[in-house]
Design a protein around this ligand. Structure first.
Ligand code: G6Q
Length: 546
């Protein structure tokens, strides 16, 4: 196992450091001027996704050093271990097998001697049958009405993927049904989602791997009460609640028949679970066939990641470029701008995927590390983002590498909108890379006074990701692209990309503070002076005694 500073001491890392000093002042203008075919050669394609990475501050030498680094860190062996079902999530002693969720029916993948593929497909079959019944009006509410509203109650990994996918795949979804998501423990989230819907036409999907998560269980209990009170019958739960979980006992305890429960497994991490039964709301929206298309897209990218040489491997290329900017250029953040309004929630989805996976400060041996790990991920759809924060990317003082994601064909019939949308995406990548010099501005007649303010230095790197259309299949491939990109980064940094211990502390403290907020008399407060005073102020507004 590598020790804490082994990454820094690798030959490839040292060579990259030296190389960075050589290349840091080189501009994209120079690189494109030196090589007229750069735009065609610095590209790769896999699972029907095209990546143009030519507008990055790299040369062929940078790439070969980055690939050498990946090899020195054992990327291929670690990737194969993941696909084989080895327990690579060492801190939780678990296999990491989201790739099994999209494995074809005929394949086999063993976890502790058991082939998991038949179990995966058995759940998919049950989900499909259920989704067909609800969509076809055969599964009815307890008063005999058709289900028109689906409310997914879940948080984190049990929410972000399904919501993102439901929005992205709206053109493929059943228009007579409405899909809503309740995640926050803020009561407004539940109230707003349910205030204008008829309980008799509503199905709640309680999505929780553990079925113990505070936010989800609070919202689920509120939903049960809301429904039972409104319909005036205790037996309403059976027709209006289904569960997605790994915890049969807790589901039963809640009052949901396990016949209406869809399971998954401990080897599926929350943020890697949108293609498991956690995707039930997605399947209800788009139907089993489209859901399976999405799984096929995931699988196509898995295959690409597994078999393409590192040099042409999309997730590897993107992961290594992130390492390049994060660790050598010192870039703190990365932007992801989808040029597709349907992908509005894709940046939020990626925030969890990347930041929860790679926001780590110790290596696999538990030792503090002396290099940067996961960057801050953020973004909004283009073109909205252009009218908001792109200014800082173009002319600010920070280096922010961006992924721009677009599609060659629109989903809407408004084709001329699509030309404008994509023209903007291509233009932004061009402007960020090449900018505008004072000379060019002067030649265009820019007033001398304004010239320094109008200069765009350029040299701002982008990846351009292009696919044909935003279909279920493309969405699957796109998500898998980022999953394996995150994995690649994690292998280079030698961290566990599959645990999330950092979120525990706050949960424990919230558990302690809740009774301190609600107790009739103020209990002895043993926090720091700031927390104590905040609690007292809150209690004061609630009219509780000091
Ligand atoms: C994801 C995390 C986390 C998790 C939520 C919900 O990788 O583990 O976001 O998905 O905390 O957990 P449950 O599904 O158990 O409710």
């Amino acid at each position: 196992m590598p020790d804490a500073s082994r990454l820094i001491r690798t030959q490839a890392w040292q060579a990259l450091k030296t190389h960075y000093e050589e290349i840091r002042a080189t501009t994209l203008r120079q690189l494109f001027a030196e090589d007229a075919t750069r735009g065609e050669s610095f590209c790769a394609r896999g699972a029907e996704i095209f990546l143009d990475y030519s507008k990055n501050r790299i040369t062929a030498k940078t790439l070969s050093l980055l690939f050498a680094l990946a090899r020195e860190r054992g990327l291929e062996a670690r990737r194969d271990a993941m696909f084989r079902g080895e327990k690579i999530n060492i801190t939780e002693d678990r296999a990491v097998l989201h790739t099994a969720l999209r494995a074809p029916r005929w394949s086999s993948i063993h976890v502790e001697g058991r082939d998991v593929v038949p179990e995966v497909h058995a759940v998919l079959d049950r989900m499909s049958d259920f989704a067909d019944r609800v969509r076809g009006g055969k599964w009815l509410g307890c008063t005999g009405k058709r289900i028109k509203n689906v409310v997914n109650i879940g948080i984190g990994g049990s929410y972000l993927g399904p919501e993102m996918a439901c929005l992205a795949l709206r053109p493929f979804s059943q228009r007579s049904m409405d899909f809503r998501f309740v995640s926050n423990v803020d009561g407004s989230d539940f109230s707003e989602a349910t205030q204008d819907i008829d309980p008799a036409e509503t199905l709640f999907v309680i999505s929780s791997k553990t079925f113990t998560t505070l936010e989800t269980m609070t919202n689920a209990l509120t939903a049960r009460q809301w429904l039972v009170e409104a319909l005036g019958r205790g037996d309403a739960v059976a027709a209006h609640f289904v569960a997605v979980s790994t915890n049969d006992a807790k589901v039963r305890e809640f009052g949901i028949d396990t016949a209406n429960m869809f399971g998954f497994w401990d080897w599926v991490g929350g943020r890697y679970s949108m293609d498991s039964a956690i995707g039930l709301s997605t399947m209800l929206a788009v139907g089993p066939q489209n859901f399976k298309e999405m799984l096929a897209g995931f699988h196509a990218m898995d295959d690409h990641f597994k078999t393409a040489p590192l040099e042409q491997n999309l997730p590897v290329l993107m992961g290594l470029l992130t390492v390049w900017y994060n660790n050598f250029f010192g870039a703190q953040t990365m932007g992801v701008m989808p040029y597709a309004s349907g992908l509005k929630r894709f940046p939020a989805y990626l925030q969890q995927l990347q930041m929860e996976s790679n926001g780590k400060h110790v290596d696999l041996g538990g030792r503090s590390i002396d290099y940067q790990t996961g960057p801050v991920i953020w973004g909004e759809p283009g073109t909205d983002a252009q009218h908001s924060f792109y200014q800082l990317i173009h002319q600010g003082t920070k280096l922010i590498p961006c992924d721009l994601i677009g599609f060659c064909l629109p989903l809407s019939p408004l084709e001329h909108h699509h030309h404008l949308l994509m023209a903007n995406m291509f233009a932004q990548a061009e402007a960020l890379a090449f900018g505008k010099t004072a000379e060019e501005l002067a030649a265009e007649g820019s007033p001398a006074l304004q010239t320094p303010f109008r200069v765009c230095e350029g040299n701002r790197p982008t990846n351009v990701i292009l696919a044909e259309r935003l279909t279920p299949k493309t969405l699957g491939s796109l998500v898998a692209l980022y999953e394996h990109n995150v994995f690649t980064q994690g292998v280079v940094w030698d961290i566990d990309s599959f645990d999330q211990w950092g979120v525990e502390l706050g949960k424990v403290l919230a558990g302690q503070i809740t009774p301190e907020l609600t107790a009739e008399r103020e209990p002895p407060l043993k926090h720091d002076s700031s927390t104590n005073a905040l609690i007292r102020r809150y209690r004061g507004f609630q009219g509780r005694r000091q």
